[in-house]
Design a protein around this ligand. Structure first.
Ligand SMILES: Nc1nc2c(ncn2[C@@H]2O[C@H](COP(=O)(O)OP(=O)(O)OP(=O)(O)O)[C@@H](O)[C@H]2O)c(=O)[nH]1
Ligand SMILES: [Mg+2]
Length: 386
């Protein structure tokens, strides 16, 4: 029992990697997921919070940028600054003032690193290697896809540029490695989310004028067909979901210009200009489906722990030298600790601190109830299990 406490205390086990090239919408999606979680968790005693001050500061900065763009009433996808560093968002899902919660570590990085050009310095190469290791070892891989690239391509030259603009081969290669790695721990949660973003003009459910959602889905599934196939082949247990998101919601695409890429001869990149609709109030759509899918994974992990299905896995994971230290640390032990709250409560009971033990169990129960409630909510109607 002792080693359980030590392992879970070692830090976050639930890892989420954002996988996508430059300007595709990774950072915006992270901010949307966290912003929308406030609404989704509203009415429950549970909060999803930045777990450290640098994560808090980064989120605030990004929201200010967004608000500024909306106040200016015009939204150019090239105006927002891209990420410059590898960034870990450390997040806690917890009940009220509880000290224990479910810790998530989410990685965001400058997507330009995926385009392996020759001028890269050694530090960039090192950081990209770190990213790749994290992505391959995560439980959840979120793949933001720029919907404007797929929906506004209407000439042969545009379509020829799509693989380079979306870096589909690099995405495919990492997703394949991820699936191979996940297959070494088939009991552990594994989820890939294909998440088209910048979808405002293709859905009629969030202030948009027309519904091209069917075409968007067809195009995404067509372009990422091989990626989905490779995940299925290498990790048959992994869930794959399609979850289109509007991170802004209150904008309409008014113009797209395909411009020659400065770095890749022959490649054209779309530059979209969005007009702000109405009062310019952000209206995130679809992010709740991603949060719901994450909560479903937690519920499933909890079920495995309580029915003892994970016990064999915990034992066998110790022996697997091939898997990284992170994976061996034991996903299920962490879930056991946080969702049950039992281990620390037992210790407190033994030392006579019954009031604290009771509070701890109540918090763990609240967290579990909220996670189950979110997992059980109906989807927005946009998402689909693939
Ligand atoms: N209209 C609209 N614009 C979006 C959406 N998501 C992202 N954008 C815009 O797309 C641009 C790029 O978004 P980022 O989130 O910075 O993209 P990124 O993938 O983090 O880019 P790098 O940091 O360079 O890798 C920004 O101008 C965003 O405002 C969306 O859902 N709708
Ligand atoms: Mg970014």
């Amino acid at each position: 029992m002792e080693s359980v406490t030590t392992d879970a205390d070692a830090g976050p086990v639930f890892r989420i990697g954002m996988l996508g090239p430059s300007r595709v919408g990774k950072t915006s999606l992270v901010v949307s997921l966290l912003t929308d979680s406030e609404r989704l968790l509203g009415g429950t005693p549970v909060v999803l919070r930045a777990a450290d001050s640098s994560t808090r500061a980064r989120l605030r900065l990004r929201r200010q940028e967004l608000d500024g763009g909306l106040l200016a009433k015009k939204f150019d996808t090239a105006v927002m600054r891209g990420s410059e560093n590898l960034t870990y968002f450390e997040l806690d899902l917890k009940a009220g003032q509880a000290t224990d919660g479910i810790r998530f570590s989410l990685l965001d990085f400058p997507g330009a690193w995926m385009s392996e050009h020759e001028r890269r310095g050694s530090e960039e190469v090192r950081q990209w290697d770190e990213c790749r290791d994290f992505l391959v070892g995560s439980n959840i891989l979120i793949v933001p896809i720029d919907a404007t690239v797929l929906m506004e391509a209407d000439q042969a030259a545009h379509w020829q540029s799509v693989p380079a603009v979306l870096e589909t081969l690099a995405v495919q290669e990492i997703a394949e490695s991820w699936a191979g790695y996940r297959n070494l721990a088939p009991d552990e949660p594994a989820l890939v989310v294909l998440a088209p973003v910048k979808c405002e003009s293709y859905f009629a459910d969030n202030g948009g004028y027309r519904d091209d959602s069917q075409l968007l889905r067809e195009r995404v599934l067509d372009v990422y067909e091989r990626t989905v196939e490779l995940i299925r082949l290498n990790a048959p247990h992994a869930q794959i979901r399609y979850c289109p998101v509007d991170t802004l919601g209150c904008v309409e695409l008014v113009k797209v210009e395909w411009e020659p890429s400065a770095d890749d001869p022959g490649v054209q990149r779309p530059r979209g200009t969005f007009a702000v609709r109405g009062k310019g109030k952000i209206s995130i759509a679809g992010a709740d489906d991603i949060l719901g899918a994450v909560c479903s994974l937690l519920v499933e992990a909890q079920r495995k722990v309580t029915t003892g299905l994970a016990a064999g896995h915990i034992a066998s994971a110790q022996d697997m030298e091939v898997r990284g230290r992170e994976l061996k640390r034991g996903f299920f032990r962490h879930v056991l600790n946080t969702l049950n709250g039992n281990i620390r409560a037992n210790e407190l009971e033994r030392s006579g601190e019954l009031g604290k033990a009771r509070a701890l169990r109540a918090q763990a129960q609240q967290l579990q109830d909220a996670v189950e409630m979110i997992a059980g909510r109906a989807s927005s109607g946009r998402s689909k299990v693939l």
